[in-house]
Design a protein around this ligand. Structure first.
Ligand SMILES: *Cc1c(COP(=O)(O)O)cnc(C)c1O
Length: 501
């Protein structure tokens, strides 16, 4: 492909993306394909001769789109949002165009330096303690990771290294392997699956302690578990607290957990993957009270801050903990400006790194702080609109008060109807929400995800939920419920048709 064709292909693809996103409301949010569907649509072998880009682009609609779950559909309410915005898409494109590998400062100075600057912009926007910022002249700083999972793992591994160094000083007679075997990490049973996985990957015992009735991890629970472990000769090493849990968007009590970590020389990592974006709005910052106790803090601009994946923002108070733990030198990695700017390869798992700060720069400049706050506030308001609909309907109940863009609700009565409602919604493919359990009972998590979601979409989803619930309740009460419901629908359709004629 030459540059002329690239221009045409690129412009046609940008047009395709814009059409796709602007008309996404018209697509069914969940696909109807079966496993293996794509194999039937593709040849068995790589084409021997090059094809035309027009043919390939045409096949996106034929082969790919039928199997896409439309995460940016205004009817997508499952999990948490994944970010998507035009400035970020262009940032990704430019990053691919430059195509550098910023493994150290010299490998592409702009790649490191823009990231340092953007992490400071972002840290200030959240009002993080200044010790976390690159510009604080201390050992703190921010870096872009691929995911919150990676950030948690890195925090755990840095905590492990820091603790082993400390204990070796205190007990020079102890063998390193023996110290490592005694280390324990703590989190709550509400933390993300990636926290448990970090324990597996980092070979550290991970205690998932019970959260309180509001799903928050409390100091008394942590203290008790640590004391018990210490009595057994174990060594507390790392605590992972969550601000905005995946299940119910609960906030762990940093003000209680923090001092216990300090007293015990334990690394406190804060995982705010989803809800952290809301801290750009002053009215939500009370949720991060106690963040000053943390050694590291992560949130994902790629979830709720309009920066396409991957962009997980991580700050550490002392980056020497990373460098001490992860630095491996080779002659080809050395450069003349070493020590004058961070070499981010020592702050992450991989050696190579993409120019991810470009898309962050584009989003921060093209939305501005005010545009980003507007986005967060709008989505919170839409969740509150949905919450009001639930509260006003006697068939439903809230499981917990809505928090940020998340509403957890259920059908009153036995779990079976809520379970069936979730199944019915998944089968109808018109809206997509996920099921979860709280306190042993079944609930539906309704998250406002797409930046295209408007009040009319919330009303559409609510109507779908109500229609399905009505059908299930009448089925439950009456074996002929299904038939009655169908008759009612046909009646309604006839009336609509008549009113058109
Ligand atoms: C989504 C989520 C994660 C996982 O984020 P990745 O970037 O996909 O690893 C971790 N923690 C919490 C609280 C989350 O909501």
């Amino acid at each position: 492909m030459n540059a002329e064709e690239f221009r045409e292909f690129g412009k046609a693809t940008v047009d395709y993306i814009a059409d796709y996103l602007e008309n996404i409301r018209d697509r069914q949010v969940l696909p109807s394909v079966e496993p293996g569907y794509i194999r039937a649509l593709l040849p068995d072998e790589t084409p021997e001769e090059p094809e035309q880009w027009q043919d390939v682009l045409k096949d996106v609609e034929r082969v790919i789109m039928p199997g896409v779950t439309h995460w940016h559909s205004p009817q997508f309410h499952a999990y948490y949002p994944t970010a998507n915005s035009y400035p970020a898409i262009i940032g990704e494109l430019l990053s691919a165009g430059i195509g550098c590998v910023g493994l150290n400062w010299m490998a592409s100075p702009a790649c490191t330096e823009l990231e340092v600057a953007m992490m400071d912009w972002l840290g200030k926007l959240l009002d993080l303690p200044k010790e976390f910022l690159n510009c604080s002249d201390g050992p703190g700083g921010g870096v872009i990771q691929g995911s919150a999972s990676e950030s948690t793992l890195l925090a755990l591994l840095a905590a492990k290294d820091r603790t082993v160094r400390r204990i070796k000083k205190e007990r020079p007679d102890w063998d390193e392997g023996m110290i490592k075997a005694k280390l324990v990490a703590y989190s709550s049973d509400q933390s993300n699956s990636s926290v448990e996985k970090a324990g597996i990957l980092g070979s550290m015992t991970m205690r998932l302690l019970p959260a309180d009735e509001k799903c928050s991890f409390r100091g008394s629970t942590l203290r008790e578990a640590m004391e018990k472990d210490k009595k057994q000769g174990l060594i507390p090493c790392c605590v992972i607290a969550t601000l905005g849990t995946t299940g119910t968007c609960a906030f762990d009590h940093l003000v209680e957990l923090g001092p216990i970590c300090i007293q015990n020389n334990v690394w406190l990592h804060v995982d705010a993957a989803y809800a952290g974006a809301a801290f750009i709005c002053p009215e939500f910052r009370h949720h991060m009270a106690g963040v000053e106790y943390a050694d590291s803090f992560t949130f994902n601009p790629h979830k709720w801050l309009l920066v396409n994946s991957d962009c997980s923002a991580m700050w550490v108070k002392n980056s020497n903990d990373f460098v001490n733990a992860f630095k491996v030198d080779r002659i080809y990695l050395a450069h003349q400006k070493q020590g004058l700017a961070p070499d981010f390869r020592n702050w992450q798992i991989s050696l190579g790194r993409r120019f991810r700060s470009l898309k962050l720069w584009f989003v921060l400049r093209l939305y501005g702080a005010s545009g980003l706050r507007k986005h967060i506030r709008k989505q919170v308001a839409l969740a509150q609109t949905f919450e009001k609909l639930v509260v006003a309907d006697p068939r439903f109940e809230l499981v917990l008060n809505s928090c940020m863009g998340l509403v957890c609700f259920r059908v009153k009565g036995p779990d079976s109807i809520t379970k069936k409602l979730h199944e019915a919604l998944s089968q109808s493919h018109r809206i997509y929400a996920s099921a979860a359990t709280y306190d042993g009972s079944c609930m539906i998590r309704f998250a406002v995800c797409s930046r295209f979601t408007e009040e009319k979409d919330i009303l559409y989803s609510w109507k779908e939920i109500c229609d399905q619930t009505e059908r299930l309740i009448s089925l439950e009460q009456n074996g002929h419920g299904e038939i009655l419901f169908q008759k009612k629908c046909i009646g309604r359709m006839l009336r609509i048709q008549q009113s058109y004629n």
